[in-house]
Design a protein around this ligand. Structure first.
Ligand code: INI
Length: 167
């Protein structure tokens, strides 16, 4: 069967200019997410001058920084990292909705992958488990997702290569 398949799982491809937006709120966790993302970028041989990291106060501020980075036209993907932890008196649902809708809308409106590496958990233990603990590191996973999505975009819009040529 000559079915054309596009699948870049475990095929990171060539490095590209990438931006990481990381929030400070729940800093222990987000610092570990950033380390996971940068370690993965280094392992994939991204040159340091292709990477920018922007620190913002909290998850709510992530979409605006991502939008401003996209507006520069320099970056092929934006990785967002943050930690929204329910706790007892926090505005968890509002923060989750603002950051998740903001990133999704931005990605769809611009065509630039805005990867959602923001943890949304019930408690600190769940968040730390996903920041380099028993459940891996969502920062590293977000870099992998960025590599996949950039290549999918290139494949779908390329006039050569896979030849789908939507552009
Ligand atoms: N920001 C987070 O990144 N995580 C949270 O868990 C959180 N909680 O729970 O309140 C949080 N709030 C701050 C918010 O992101 C903004 O920085 C703040 O509201 C200023 O706009």
């Amino acid at each position: 069967m000559a079915v054309k398949e596009i699948n870049f799982l475990n095929k990171p491809g060539e490095p590209f200019p990438i931006a990481v937006v990381v929030s400070r709120f729940n800093e222990e966790c987000t610092t570990a997410l950033l380390k996971g993302a940068l370690d993965r970028l280094m392992a994939l041989k991204f040159p340091e001058d292709q990477i920018v990291v922007v620190h913002v106060p909290g998850a709510v501020e992530i979409p605006l920084a991502a939008k401003q980075l996209i507006a520069t036209g320099k970056y092929k993907a934006i990785v967002t990292l943050g930690a929204v932890i329910r706790g007892e008196t926090t505005p968890y649902d509002y923060v989750c909705n603002m950051v998740s809708n903001g990133c999704a809308n931005l990605s769809l409106a611009t065509g630039v992958p805005v990867i959602f590496g923001v943890l949304t958990t019930e408690n600190d233990e769940q968040a730390m488990a996903r920041s380099g603990g028993a459940q891996g590191n969502k920062g590293a996973d977000a870099v992998d997702a960025a590599c996949e999505m950039v290549q999918i975009g290139q494949a779908l819009f390329a006039k050569k290569g896979l030849g789908i040529g939507l552009a």
